[in-house]
Design a binder for this molecule. Structure first.
Ligand code: TRH
Length: 391
């Protein structure tokens, strides 16, 4: 369904706090709104260098550029003069980043006023159900901002999932030549890839060295593919060399190979090509769920171990039938001791076929409510209707 009100236009404001998740999610959201719903999207982003790592088409020196139909503007500071006539129908601020004060004034001066959403982080915790769609009055501006929470059930805003994703994934995973060609781009030959293929994306404090040691001694050969910049110290120690793209080493049953940091679309192919994926943060975690392969999630760390609560909330939903997965993920995240890494991994290894078998059911249950963008536009439409009819 597309927006029914006239001249739909929408701005997303993205402040890159850390890493690639902020821009990774905003870029996905922008593209889907534009390509599937015909929305005229302007993406304001403060860090074009980080953006370029996931999207090589980005020119980090350009104040304004159009990529795949999305207008990308470099958000340089909080200054700037804005005209109410240039304000879009909808404004999304990502993770509560503060919009430039004059932009807020211009929104307040526009008729009708833009719908203003604050797009929040993904968590499986129950409390989001009470906060999703909640209004937050901005009395000074006489504007209302609404919270939009992604989530796993119909009382939340859903997850980003573009049209055709499932068909593309299915076609790729059932086409051995396509998988071989993709891996071949990185020097992973069919022979080298014999054995289990695993992708590794995690924060630096993950017990990567223990994992490598387990795989080195395992009876199953493993090829571990690591995008450049991930766990650099542990990877360098295994390689005995700088962990630059193309570097690789084999010890025992384990081969570790460093890949270039991939464009976002290729990262999906990597997840689809591997038998097991180690992912982190938010966006790669969601993409791993769509990949239909078992995954281990390294959650973004928060003060006072708040992230352990979030991790447990997800595991209670996702891994109820897989105690070995729960135990391994708690250990991987330091939420529980994992003194015997071999035993924890071997238990998970035995459970992998059963975990893989429930991937489709999980995806279907989450998507039963519809994808995030469709739901977000429905919410915008409801708010516009209420605004126009003063409900
Ligand atoms: O980079 P991250 O650690 O981002 C994090 C999280 O989003 C976290 O919730 C947020 O609060 C914090 O940033 C500030 O992990 P994440 O979310 O998986 O985002 C990584 C993005 O990078 C994702 O869009 C996939 C993409 N990516 C590539 O495009 N190529 C690659 O080679 C890799 C490894 C990732």
């Amino acid at each position: 369904m597309s927006l029914s009100f006239s001249a739909p236009s929408l701005a997303i404001f993205c402040k890159v706090i850390d890493n690639y998740g902020d821009i990774g999610i905003c870029w996905r959201l922008a593209r889907q709104l534009c390509l599937e719903h015909g929305v005229a999207v302007t993406l304001w982003v403060d860090d074009l260098v980080s953006f370029r790592r996931i999207c090589p088409e980005v020119d980090p020196a350009a104040a304004q550029q159009v990529i795949l139909g999305v207008t990308v503007r470099h958000w340089q500071d909080q200054d700037g003069q804005f005209d109410p006539r240039d304000m879009p129908d909808v404004v999304i601020e990502f993770f509560g980043c503060e919009l430039p004060p004059d932009y807020q004034q211009a929104m307040a001066a526009r008729t009708p006023r833009p719908v203003w959403l604050n797009y929040e982080g993904l968590t499986a915790e129950d409390w989001v159900e009470g906060c999703h769609r909640l209004p937050s009055m901005q009395p000074r501006l006489r504007l209302t901002k609404y919270f939009y929470f992604p989530g796993f059930n119909a009382r939340t805003g859903g997850l980003l999932h573009e049209a055709g994703l499932e068909a593309r994934r299915h076609a790729f995973q059932h086409d051995p030549a396509a998988v071989t060609a993709f891996l071949g781009r990185f020097g992973v030959t069919t022979t080298a890839a014999a054995g289990r293929k695993v992708s590794l994306f995690c924060y630096p404090d993950a017990p990567v060295t223990a994992l490598f040691e387990t795989w080195r001694r395992s009876t199953t050969p493993t090829v571990c593919l690591v995008p450049e910049g991930v766990a650099p110290e542990q990877v360098a120690a295994f390689l005995g060399a700088a962990p630059v793209a193309g570097a690789s080493a084999n010890h025992g049953r384990l081969t570790v190979r460093v890949l270039p940091f991939l464009p976002q679309a290729d990262y999906d192919l990597l997840l689809w090509a591997c038998d097991v994926n180690f992912v982190r943060g938010e966006d790669s975690w969601v993409r791993a769920q769509w990949a239909g392969r078992p995954f281990v999630w390294h959650i973004y760390p928060q003060d006072e171990n708040l992230h352990h609560k979030k991790l447990r909330a997800f595991l209670a939903l996702y891994a109820r039938q897989a105690p070995a997965l729960t135990a391994y993920m708690l250990g991987w995240n330091g939420a529980q001791t994992m003194d015997d890494h071999d035993a924890a991994w071997n238990a998970l290894d035995s459970a992998l076929p059963a975990i893989a078998a429930q991937a489709d059911a999980w995806r279907e249950s989450v998507l039963a409510q519809g994808d995030l963008v469709t739901q977000l536009l429905d919410f915008v439409r409801d708010l516009r209707f209420a605004q126009e009819n003063r409900v």
